[in-house]
Design a protein around this ligand. Structure first.
Ligand SMILES: C[S@@+](CC[C@H](N)C(=O)[O-])C[C@H]1O[C@@H](n2cnc3c(N)ncnc32)[C@H](O)[C@@H]1O
Length: 191
């Protein structure tokens, strides 16, 4: 299974022209590009990355594909998602995508951190609309990656209970201990 493709295939079911979406880790811009194509001109995609270089790469990619107009790219941390997203869009986000770890071909020391990731996820589940999706792709194979995976697993387990009414699914390759792990959290229609 190619997990980035799988994450996009699942996300596609939650998007339509005019949707609002968030790429919480822009990186090289592939997921932002995908989201911008799905929501079209009437839609909005927030793209966030801590690295200026990632936002520049994403901007160039979107411009070349003529998909930049519907994007709002921000250099910053996804732990500030609630301040980055316009208040009028809170609770109306159809999809939030997280593709964690480090920037491929970039500085491997700039990597997502468990505590910050959980802070961002807490905000994402508030921002997403009823029936919307939060997808999280995490990698146990790099230093600190397994710790992040374990934190997310515990946090995601709690989302199925109590006030946070999410349907949680987990995908991984059972034959590979270092397999990426994809979680999908779908918010209940009436929560
Ligand atoms: C695996 S890459 C994302 C790949 C991207 N989705 C794509 O399609 O190319 C992970 C990204 O997370 C970014 N990142 C790390 N910490 C972050 C934070 N606190 N807030 C936002 N982005 C962060 C890194 O800079 C890196 O670009």
């Amino acid at each position: 299974m190619h997990f980035t493709v799988e994450a996009q295939t699942i996300a596609k079911r939650y998007l339509t022209e005019g949707s609002i979406a968030i790429d919480a880790t822009c990186g090289n811009g592939f997921d932002t590009l995908f989201l911008a194509g799905q929501v079209g001109r009437p839609g909005i995609v927030y793209g966030v990355d801590i690295q200026e270089r990632a936002i520049e790469t994403s901007q160039k990619r979107l411009h070349e594909a003529d998909l930049l107009r519907q994007c709002r790219l921000v250099v910053g941390s996804h732990s500030n998602l609630t301040t980055i997203v316009e208040p009028a869009h809170a609770g109306r986000i159809s999809v939030v995508m997280f593709n964690l770890g480090y920037l491929p071909l970039g500085d491997k020391s700039i990597v997502t951190k468990p505590e910050i990731t959980i802070t961002a996820l807490e905000q994402a589940v508030e921002l997403v609309r009823p029936g919307g999706l939060v997808s999280i792709l995490a990698y146990p194979g790099h230093p600190g990656g397994l710790e992040e995976v374990n934190c997310i697993a515990e946090w995601a387990g709690g989302c199925q209970l109590g006030e946070k009414c999410f349907h949680v699914e987990k995908f991984q390759d059972p034959n590979n201990a270092n397999s990426p792990i994809l979680w999908t959290l779908t918010k209940a229609m009436f929560s």
